[in-house]
Write a protein that binds this ligand. Structure first.
Ligand SMILES: Cc1cc2nc3c(=O)[nH]c(=O)nc-3n(C[C@H](O)[C@H](O)[C@H](O)COP(=O)(O)O)c2cc1C
Ligand code: SF4
Length: 420
């Protein structure tokens, strides 16, 4: 009932083969591109499509690609991001297990659009099985002439290498990822324009795997078609939404961008588990805020969530019920974030353990009234950190204080967690 574009070839238990991908129109976009389209044609189609990044920041894809100047030096690079260490997010893994050639074709088209020579497929080490799927299918693509020297007889030569991440959340941040690929410490970099000077100081674009998988669909079917797949004017295309937590059918679903959370929960995920009532949801992975049920009918797209003061993130929804202690859930998330801080800047390196300590003591029933304003102040300080990691880590803390302050205070009054 929902149009399946990215998941057109989805089947139980195994990824689509090259033959299955091609039977559904796969590699037609690449064939047309190398035969008759210019890099500018691709960028124009992406502009019409409204495609924006699916990795969390929602940056318009065409704009990023157009930053690579015509006369910029070579070699140029593409980074395909499947680090996916954001808790609650598992869409890129499902995508790779569904249709690896859709992602591969997207990376090749990105390479063509910026006249790149090489791509790195960056993947978290716990996705080893998926890395091997990609490696195997890359070889299949090479043998079929879609990768390597003179692709499909054209003068375009391009190849893709798989790079396994060291396995830290920060490695997924685009500038840190570039450092990691070069064998350096994955510290994020400020004031660098990677489209001018990224990998080995050469023009580099980094895109999320899902973003890249949308590209062949846009080129094959046109930008207007892609744009029209969304439910809202502000959205574009379909989106791989993850839903997990207290729902009947957790999973990864391809749905129109802009679908309201209520429909995802009630129609797609089968509603709340028996005996569970919705208390809160996180809309886009652990680095977005808790949202109470009053937001159930807000369209799940980047602009609509922004209008109500929230972030879309990766579209990975986590659902909590009335028996969940929101303070305990926040403790769980902040424990992860404090551990994953790269330690480069003070607000994040020092502030997250401080936040963790206050929340841990509150949860243990050892909290005091002034912990609440201290938490609020510390969460605010995260906006002064060097990269987007720390503000993301603070998002659930801010959401907890905004919507569930009374519940936090109850821990202080009762001197214990009221849910235990
Ligand atoms: C701490 C942190 C972790 C990130 N992890 C990922 C990731 O695993 N995958 C991803 O695509 N983007 C991740 N991003 C976003 C990237 O920096 C970048 O915006 C994205 O890969 C660009 O691709 P897109 O424009 O296609 O979304 C992360 C950002 C931060 C701050
Ligand atoms: S905000 Fe955190 S992850 Fe980002 S540079 Fe600072 S210490 Fe590293």
């Amino acid at each position: 009932m929902y149009e399946q574009a990215l998941f057109k070839n989805r089947q139980e238990g195994r990824p689509a083969t090259l033959a299955e991908y091609r039977a559904g129109g796969g590699y037609q976009a690449l064939t047309d591109t190398v035969n008759k389209l210019s890099p500018q044609d691709l960028i124009q189609a992406l502009k019409e499509s409204g495609l924006s990044g699916r990795g969390g920041a929602g940056f318009p894809t065409w704009r990023k690609w157009s930053f690579v100047h015509e006369n910029a030096p070579h070699p140029r690079y593409v980074g395909a991001n499947t680090d996916e260490m954001e808790p609650g997010t598992f869409k890129d893994r499902v995508l790779v297990n569904t249709d690896p050639h859709l992602v591969i074709e997207g990376i090749i088209l990105a390479g063509y659009a910026i006249k790149a020579q090489k791509a790195f497929y960056f993947i978290r080490p716990t996705y080893e099985m998926d890395a091997q799927i990609i490696e195997r299918e890359l070889q299949v693509a090479r043998e079929a002439g879609f990768l390597g020297q003179n692709i499909l007889g054209s003068d375009f030569s391009f190849d893709i290498a798989v790079h396994r991440s060291a396995g830290r959340y920060i490695c997924g941040e685009a500038t840190a990822m570039v450092q990691a690929i070069m064998g350096r410490r994955p510290h994020p970099q400020k004031n660098v324009h990677m489209t001018d000077a990224g990998l080995w100081d050469r023009p580099t674009i980094v895109n999320n795997a899902e973003t890249l998988a949308c590209v062949p669909l846009v080129i094959r079917n046109g930008g207007a078609w892609f744009k029209g797949l969304a439910r809202t004017e502000t959205g574009a295309g379909t989106k791989l939404y993850c839903i997990s937590g207290k729902v009947v059918r957790p999973g990864c679903y391809e749905l129109p961008m802009g679908i309201p959370f209520r429909e995802i929960l009630e129609e797609v995920a089968g509603g709340m588990l028996p005996g569970s009532e919705l208390k809160a949801f996180i809309p886009g992975g652990a680095s977005t805020s808790f949202m109470p049920p009053k937001f159930m009918d807000v369209a799940m797209d980047i602009d609509s969530l922004k209008q109500v003061g929230h972030r879309f993130g990766t579209g990975a929804i986590i659902v909590f019920d009335q028996n969940t202690c929101i303070l305990g859930a926040t403790l769980n998330l902040i424990t992860y974030f404090a551990r994953e801080s790269c330690g480069f800047c003070t607000p994040c390196r020092q502030g997250l353990p401080y936040i963790l300590d206050l929340i841990q003591r509150l949860e243990n029933g050892e909290g005091e009234e002034d912990f609440i304003p201290r938490l609020r102040e510390l969460a605010g300080h995260m906006d002064k950190a060097y990269c987007a990691f720390a503000p993301g880590a603070a998002a659930p803390v801010k959401g907890m204080l905004q919507y569930f302050e009374a519940e936090v205070r109850e821990h202080i009054i009762q001197k214990k967690c009221p849910f235990k």
